[in-house]
Ligand binder design. Structure first.
Ligand code: MG
Length: 226
């Protein structure tokens, strides 16, 4: 008599786990840098970041452990270049109810200086190739894992740069994106996207944050070379 009850209980326990895997969650919020990681922003200083000229100190304002895009003044990038990486970024898009589409909370995290992981207020939308967590115009997220604006969100990104043989790309770059704890892009091949710093495929490049004229905030950024 007891066995059917146990089976039912197990089935009930599995259901929420399955659906939760698609829902944004804070399992990666505040993730600590693992051994071998480079801290790119610890809440205090943008040392290690430069303006788009590649040398002047980064100028985006820091307050309360986060920094904000200095609008219409250009992106910032790491002084150091990276190849294959594991990257953690936390971001917060502003509330812009009057703005639409690409004008609503837009920034971007450029991998290798040239592959944009879109940052946008895409809350509640059907995923498209230009939405938040997309590799811009290349790969759409599998599901929409966005939170509403004004909430902190997480990216945990694994990137492998393109492979060159004899100066030619024989294997494209590959990206996995975990957005708010949900894997939305899984080891997808990607080509370069517009607006980067011009790194050639297969070369090392900086991590760049885009100034798209919106006051997006960032905090807790670290990168682990793989
Ligand atoms: Mg963007």
């Amino acid at each position: 008599m007891r066995r059917p009850i146990l089976v039912c209980a197990s089935a009930l326990l599995l259901l929420p786990v399955t659906s939760r895997a698609q829902e944004p969650n804070d399992s990666k919020m505040g993730a600590k840098p693992p051994e071998g990681a480079v801290v790119l922003f610890d809440g205090k200083s943008l040392d290690g970041w430069v303006k788009s000229d590649g040398k002047s100190p980064a100028h985006w304002p820091i307050e309360d452990g986060a920094f904000t895009v200095a609008m219409k003044k250009g992106g910032i990038q790491t002084a150091r270049k990276f190849g294959d990486i594991q990257l953690h970024v936390e971001f917060n898009v502003p509330l812009m109810p009057e703005a639409k589409g690409q004008a609503r909370g837009n920034s971007g995290v450029y991998l290798d200086g040239t592959y944009e992981v879109q940052v946008l207020d895409s809350y509640g939308l059907k995923p498209q190739k230009n939405d938040c967590a997309a590799v811009y115009l290349q790969v759409a997220p599998r599901v929409n894992a966005c939170k509403p604006p004004l909430q902190w969100q997480t990216y945990d990104i694994t990137f492998h740069k393109a492979v060159l043989e004899g100066g030619k790309v024989t294997k494209k770059a590959r990206v996995t994106i975990v957005h708010n704890g949900v894997t939305v892009i899984d080891d997808a091949e990607v080509g370069t996207t517009p607006g980067g710093v011009g790194t050639k495929e297969g070369e090392d490049g900086p991590i760049m944050l885009q100034d798209h004229g919106n006051a997006v905030q960032f905090r807790n950024i670290w990168v682990k070379p793989l």
